[in-house]
Design a protein around this ligand. Structure first.
Ligand SMILES: C[S@@+](CC[C@H](N)C(=O)[O-])C[C@H]1O[C@@H](n2cnc3c(N)ncnc32)[C@H](O)[C@@H]1O
Length: 229
């Protein structure tokens, strides 16, 4: 899989067995951004107005590092980039990849279950949030077993497959900069009840747009964008 525009592809090492190595879903996101970011616009948003970007569930760090590469190439694009993950090893891995790509330390990493550990000064600050969440239904769901192990965090979205994402949606509002237009990008899968997922997202006041789809093995993976009505 390759990045199709002229932004350099970060080189990613993933030496931790519990950290998600970039895959088709990751590249669906990166390829979309490669197509829709230019000197003036970030997917139609004025590029100068993007102050804070968050890569939620950063894993190896690839999406945050890609944004860092874009920032190096486009002068008017100067956001602060944040990357967070529930897994400590993901934060370690992403920091290693930041160093090995010879990028000066510029990304702010936050080890957190969704927004739990985010400092209050990040409230109302994000113009763009990207979340490639765990989006598959758990095979065997034990209601008493809330704590997931290692790599499960990368795929297990809960019994229906979208509980983690809906939890994210329930927390995200206060971190969005609602003084101007913002976008949330996320991946979903046809392996879940998509209509139910979108209904729930819309109940939180978001409009869902499907941007790209890719068929892989038993499912379609779907890149979506949310904005406020
Ligand atoms: C499918 S992987 C995506 C990794 C990377 N962003 C990519 O696209 O290659 C999902 C990521 O979300 C993280 N994650 C799962 N639950 C989370 C939560 N509650 N809070 C923060 N991160 C979470 C996982 O640890 C994992 O790194």
């Amino acid at each position: 899989m390759s990045i199709i525009n002229s932004f350099p592809e970060p080189k990613i090492n993933c030496p931790f067995e519990d950290v998600y190595a970039p895959s088709d879903d990751t590249y669906l996101i990166i390829d979309y951004f490669s197509e829709c970011i230019n000197e003036t616009y970030f997917d139609g948003l004025d590029i100068k107005n993007i102050k804070n970007i968050l890569d939620m569930g950063t894993g190896s760090g690839i999406i945050a590092l890609f944004m860092r590469e874009v920032k190096k190439k486009i002068v008017k694009f100067s956001p602060q980039i944040f990357a967070s993950d529930i897994l400590e090893n993901a934060i370690k891995c992403a920091k290693l990849n930041e160093s090995s790509n010879n990028l000066e330390k510029n990304i702010t990493f936050i080890h957190s279950d969704l927004f739990l550990k985010f400092p209050a000064n990040l409230k109302s600050s994000f113009n763009v949030i990207i979340f490639n969440p765990p989006y598959l239904p758990s095979l065997k769901h034990n209601k008493n077993e809330r704590v997931k192990k290692g790599i499960d965090n990368s795929w297990n979205g809960g019994e229906k497959g979208f509980e983690i994402f809906i939890e994210f949606i329930s927390q995200v509002n206060s971190f969005l900069d609602s003084n101007q237009k913002f976008y949330i990008y996320y991946i979903s899968s046809s392996a879940v009840n998509i209509n139910k997922l979108i209904d729930q997202v819309e109940n939180y006041g978001f409009k869902n747009t499907v941007l790209k789809k890719k068929h892989i093995f038993f499912e379609d993976i779907i890149l979506n964008r949310l904005e406020k009505y």
